[in-house]
Design a protein around this ligand. Structure first.
Ligand SMILES: Cc1cc2nc3c(=O)[nH]c(=O)nc-3n(C[C@H](O)[C@H](O)[C@H](O)COP(=O)(O)OP(=O)(O)OC[C@H]3O[C@@H](n4cnc5c(N)ncnc54)[C@H](O)[C@@H]3O)c2cc1C
Length: 501
């Protein structure tokens, strides 16, 4: 008996986080005739905002730009807590009828493109039944985030086995951890550490942030002052785009100034930090990074909560290296010992491209690090596939929304032209390879060799600039000479005569 044909969908979205839900919204709106499903490895939606449960979990960029362009963020706090962001994603899914399209506990492990029938065959491990199932699709869209969900990054600490208390990575926060009245050491100086320290300091006896080297930390009001003002005279829907654009322009200018005049920005940040700390505080030692602003991400603290905890004596910063864990806590290279009941390793994430999916084209495995990213969302030589990855220097969703708009335009262009295949190809011999990211953060440098390259020129260059991308991604031509279209053999339904949006 011949095998039953595999289930086929026009588009498969991988991941039901902020990006996947946004992608589904755009697809439904702009390409209503396309069939689609979302395959989600976990048992719930929300991705990052469902996974991370540590005390104080919150955004470190403003919700007026981390929110979708199509769904105003109307709450008063613009730097907001994780559960509120999760509610916002859930609400988006519910309002748009996206939930029934999500297949939970479906982890995509492999995908192979076959040119002979112009479609992907996708291999999925089902967490509920334990089966491996296969489906096919015309377009594969990864919204699987950028890090490994299974395990965060923890360096090997000498003597780790000697410490008898709990050692916790924020990616796997135990629900029942009781740290009230305890001495806590948080290892790290990134966004997670600066969030955890003031939040844990509310209940702990004392929290020490132990960092090897300082990070730039800037204070932002948790409630946007312009939004507060405008809300008095305008409905929430009217306030949102204004505050969003104000934030885009401010952040873009601040980033450009940081790259062009780093000394000015250093002075500005330092002055603000000095004013937030008690007189005589050793700012140079604990808050003067060795790099320029935006060589690594700048950490934002809402209403200066970290500095408040330090001023109140409930938290402190120690800048030193770990010699060894001990039975009582952590011994430092300086010889000092930090006594602890609980140690939190806020040491970062393990980056992962495409949610770890193995990709092959016509029987040949795609060597991802050898590929070049097209507009930061497709891969050279890989047909009918896109991935959503946000900005490193601005809110993720700004780029995620643009990516969705572009993918929908691309799909509509293909429908209108009767194309079954599109593939970005580097045809200009003067385009040279560059690393995908120019960040010097440890977590980026550790994993950069697993990521594709970017090119030296458009459309292969990653600008990390929303205003520039509006021109090229939202408004630029789809048929730009680098994207090849073909009709090829296909079993897909005939193309609809939909004009490109
Ligand atoms: C603690 C923390 C705070 C952050 N704060 C901010 C912030 O303030 N501002 C900002 O711009 N960015 C922030 N980020 C980055 C953040 O991840 C993005 O803002 C955004 O949530 C990413 O959404 P996403 O849907 O692309 O990815 P994720 O939220 O990572 O969701 C990806 C989803 O895909 C699923 N998935 C992955 N691989 C597969 C697979 N192979 N098969 C099936 N399903 C799969 C995952 O289970 C997950 O549900 C933060 C990140 C972290 C970790």
């Amino acid at each position: 008996m011949p095998a039953a044909p595999l289930e086929h969908l026009d588009v498969l979205i991988v991941g039901a986080g902020l990006s996947g839900i946004g992608a589904a919204h755009h697809l439904q709106e702009r390409c209503p005739d396309r069939t689609y499903a979302i395959l989600e490895g976990r048992e719930d939606l929300g991705g990052t905002w469902d996974l991370f449960r540590y005390p104080g979990i919150r955004s470190d960029s403003d919700m007026h730009t981390l929110g979708y362009r199509f769904k105003p963020w109307t709450a008063t706090k613009t730097i907001t807590d994780g559960p509120s962001i999760l509610d916002y994603i859930r609400e988006t899914a519910r309002e748009n009828g996206i939930e029934p399209k999500i297949r939970f506990r479906h982890r995509v492990v492999a995908a192979e493109w076959r040119s002979e029938d112009s479609r992907w065959t996708v291999e999925v491990e089902r967490g509920d039944t334990g089966e491996t199932v296969r489906l096919t699709c015309g377009f594969l869209w990864s919204c699987g985030g950028y890090y490994n969900y299974d395990e965060g990054y923890t360096p090997e600490f000498p003597g780790a086995e000697r410490f008898p208390g709990p050692v916790i990575h924020p990616q796997h926060w135990p629900e029942d951890l009781d740290y009230a009245g305890k001495r806590v050491v948080v290892i790290g100086s990134g966004a997670t550490a600066v969030t955890l320290v003031p939040a844990m300091a509310e209940r702990a006896e004392h929290v020490t942030m132990l960092q090897r080297s300082p990070t730039y930390i800037a204070t932002l009001p948790a409630e946007d002052p312009l939004a507060r003002l405008l809300r008095r005279v305008l409905p929430a829907r009217g306030v949102y785009p204004i505050v969003r654009w104000k934030n885009v322009l401010l952040q873009t200018s601040f980033y450009q100034l940081s790259r062009r005049r780093p000394k000015v920005v250093k002075r500005f940040i330092r002055h603000a930090v000095e004013r937030s700390l008690p007189p005589g505080y050793d700012v140079d030692k604990h808050f003067k990074p060795r790099y320029d602003p935006w060589d690594q991400r700048i950490c934002l603290v809402p209403d200066g909560d970290l500095f408040r905890a330090i001023r109140g004596g409930r938290a402190s910063v120690v800048t030193d290296s770990i010699a060894t864990f001990t039975e009582r806590g952590i011994e430092l290279e300086s010889g000092e010992e930090l006594e602890a009941d609980v140690i939190v390793t806020a040491t970062g994430l393990n980056l992962l491209f495409l949610g770890g999916i193995r990709v092959a084209v016509d029987g040949e495995e795609v060597d991802i690090p050898r590929g070049m990213t097209y507009k930061g969302m497709m891969l050279s030589g890989v047909p009918n596939g896109a991935f959503t990855v946000g900005y490193t220097n601005a809110s993720w969703t700004l780029k995620a929304d643009l990516t969705s708009e572009y993918v929908c335009r691309l799909l509509n262009h293909m429908s209108a032209g009767g194309y079954s295949r599109c593939v970005p190809e580097v045809t200009d011999p003067t385009v040279t390879e560059e690393p995908l990211l120019d960040f010097t953060s440890g977590y980026v440098l550790r994993s950069l060799d697993q990521f594709p390259k970017q090119g030296s020129k458009e459309p292969w260059k990653l600008r990390q600039n929303y205003i520039f991308d509006i021109r090229t991604i939202r408004r630029g031509p789809i048929d730009d000479g680098s994207m090849r279209f073909s009709r090829g053999a296909t079993r897909e339904r005939p193309a609809d005569p939909v004009a490109a949006a």
